[in-house]
Design a protein around this ligand. Sequence first.
Ligand code: GAR
Length: 197
Amino acid sequence: MLSIVVLISGGGSNLRALLEASEDAEFPARVVAVGADRDADGLEHAERFGIPTFTVPFTSYPSREEWGDALLEQIRQWEPDLTILSGFMRLVPPRVVEALSPWLINTHPAYLPEFPGAHAVRDALAAGVTQTGASLIVVDNGVDAGPIISQERVEVEPGDTEAALHERIKPVERRLLIDAVLDIANGHIDLEELARA
Ligand code: GAR
């Protein structure tokens, strides 16, 4: 059984999908804890599923490194096999990446390497593209630059708003995430090999 810590900053709809998937006794992974860098609304999903939560507020630490060390300490208490950044809107410091990589993955609402960063959906609309997408990557020290685990295209519709487009991307992200967790757990995806390539 693959044990997972999920880190969020916002509403946690992708987290909720993973919690729902892992209710199936046949699903080979379990979320053991959910962490946040702020008082995130999505922590409620964890509470509803009886999953422990922790918050390491970014603004309570004098530096990114000290915040990262505190975050790592919390994650390690749960001894997860895999840590998932699921709408976690902070860059994770190098010490945390080095401690967890390649068992640290991130969902992103664009077809990387297109539109990295915190405003991927807005940036895609501003660029006037007809297609964007969703990606799942191994986290490295770049900004959304790590090895791609899986990705899929999503069409931009005429008149799309950022919110409408994001709501069509998220279900694709959820599917990519749940399929990848399944494949990581059953050995069909080898994160060590992906990170070496
Ligand atoms: C998701 O689209 C995720 O990919 C994105 O935040 C959203 C979180 O949604 N993450 C990033 O943009 C990271 N750069 P959720 O809180 O409803 O799961």
